[in-house]
Design a protein around this ligand. Structure first.
Ligand SMILES: NC(=O)c1ccc[n+]([C@@H]2O[C@H](COP(=O)([O-])OP(=O)(O)OC[C@H]3O[C@@H](n4cnc5c(N)ncnc54)[C@H](O)[C@@H]3O)[C@@H](O)[C@H]2O)c1
Length: 365
């Protein structure tokens, strides 16, 4: 099979869908791998490294799209890339179709067989989304620590405190993948950590893992209000699958917080869990409302492409190799979970939530 990987063209996106050392896994199976010139540079990989592992470098994105049977990417195709769509082409990438009707229609009309990383479901877990939530959780504390520093506009507090000096108080709302990873880093940096969830068994798991280094609380608005005046950093890491994030801190609640405190809304990509949230970018990541600093970057892993590219590739390789080795239909027979990733197939919309989002017709594979 001809497998292709193009350079990401979304603003501030430095990840790459296929890393040089994994090219060898495809070449060893007899596939040809096309890489667009400079596709890996943002993640620290040169064309020479790709060639070393057996890839063929092509000058333009058009050549890669046109000559490949399977395109492995990171972000959803942008409008300028729709021109490369053609019947039967396999596309494996993050798609987030429920938020993009135009792309959904373009994939259906062009009869591309598209598989979305974020819908690949293995018994209720989303293995191709997980590494990004892990990164966002870890990064949330790193960013909060930075913006608590006085030169960055913060109140001037060190997360760990000092012997004889109090620690910063961190409240993490949501004890899932992102929340757990935020807790791990916050504990490691010596903060005083409280984690809230509505799922008691999640809280139990975290207490079993971190012992009494964390405090856990059942998540209600009144508990959040009780903790807020003493809290220096709030991490919003909630998810209700398929729904918009619930608003857990309202604008009027900010009055309870100390000036220079930090809100990091990881859930911004689901609409945000603070009323005052609006999406920001890595170029301009923070804004202040009523003296409270908000960090609401919708694509946090984009800040650390050297880490996130590897995390993503580690998670996707197994599935992209199946697609290349067997072709779409046989790959689905080999691994039934791939079917949950299939969003469009020969002009049919095969993902029910996406169909519901746009009032379109859902058709089973
Ligand atoms: N900004 C970014 O760059 C970025 C990157 C990755 C993930 N995310 C987002 O981070 C969020 C968390 O993702 P995840 O993978 O950790 O999800 P997850 O499903 O693993 O965890 C979410 C947790 O939130 C809990 N929850 C739901 N409602 C709650 C409430 N009212 N109070 C307290 N807890 C509540 C759930 O019980 C669950 O334990 C999602 O919105 C995801 O889209 C953002």
């Amino acid at each position: 099979m001809f497998v292709g990987c193009v350079k990401e063209i979304k603003n501030q996106e430095y990840r790459v869908g296929l890393i040089p050392s994994f090219v060898k896994s495809f070449v060893d199976k007899g596939h040809t791998v096309y890489i667009e010139k400079n596709a890996g540079l943002g993640s620290g990989f040169t064309d020479e490294e790709y060639v070393q592992y057996g890839a063929v470098i092509l000058e333009t994105a058009k050549e890669v799209w046109d000559q490949s049977d399977l395109i492995i990417k990171v972000k959803e195709p942008l409008k300028s890339e729709y021109a490369y769509f053609r019947p039967g082409l396999m596309l494996f990438t993050y798609l987030h179709l429920a938020a993009d009707e135009e792309l959904t229609k373009a994939l259906l009309e062009s009869k591309v067989n598209s598989l979305a990383y974020e819908t690949l479901d293995v018994n209720g877990s989303l293995p191709l989304l997980k590494p990004m939530s892990e990164i966002a959780g870890r990064l949330s504390i790193q960013e909060a620590a930075k913006y608590m520093e006085k030169p960055f506009g913060g109140k001037g507090l060190l997360l760990s405190g000092l012997p004889g000096v109090k620690k910063a108080k961190v409240m993490i709302i949501g004890a899932g993948v992102a929340g757990k990873n935020a807790a791990k880093i916050a504990i490691g940096m010596g903060a005083d950590v409280t984690i809230l969830d509505r799922n008691i068994s999640r809280l139990e798991q975290l207490e079993n893992e971190f012992g009494f280094q964390i405090k856990t609380r059942y998540s209600t608005h009144s508990t959040i209000m009780e903790l807020l005046p003493e809290t220096d950093v709030v991490i919003g890491a909630v998810l209700i699958p398929g729904a918009k994030a619930p608003k857990l801190i309202l604008k009027e609640d900010l009055k309870k917080m100390q000036t220079g405190s930090i809100l990091v809304d990881i859930a911004v990509d689901q609409g945000g869990c603070f009323e005052t949230t609006h999406p920001t970018t890595h170029l301009d990541p923070i804004f202040t409302v009523d003296g409270v600093i908000h960090y609401c970057v919708a694509n946090m892993p984009g800040a650390v492409p050297l880490t996130s590219t590897l995390g993503l590739n580690n998670a996707t390789l197994e599935y992209s190799l199946l697609l290349a080795n067997y072709g779409l239909e046989e790959a689905i027979k080999q691994n039934k979970y791939l079917l949950s990733a299939l969003n469009t197939y020969h002009g049919k919309l095969t993902n029910q939530p996406v169909a519901e989002a746009f009032g379109m017709v859902y058709e089973a594979y």
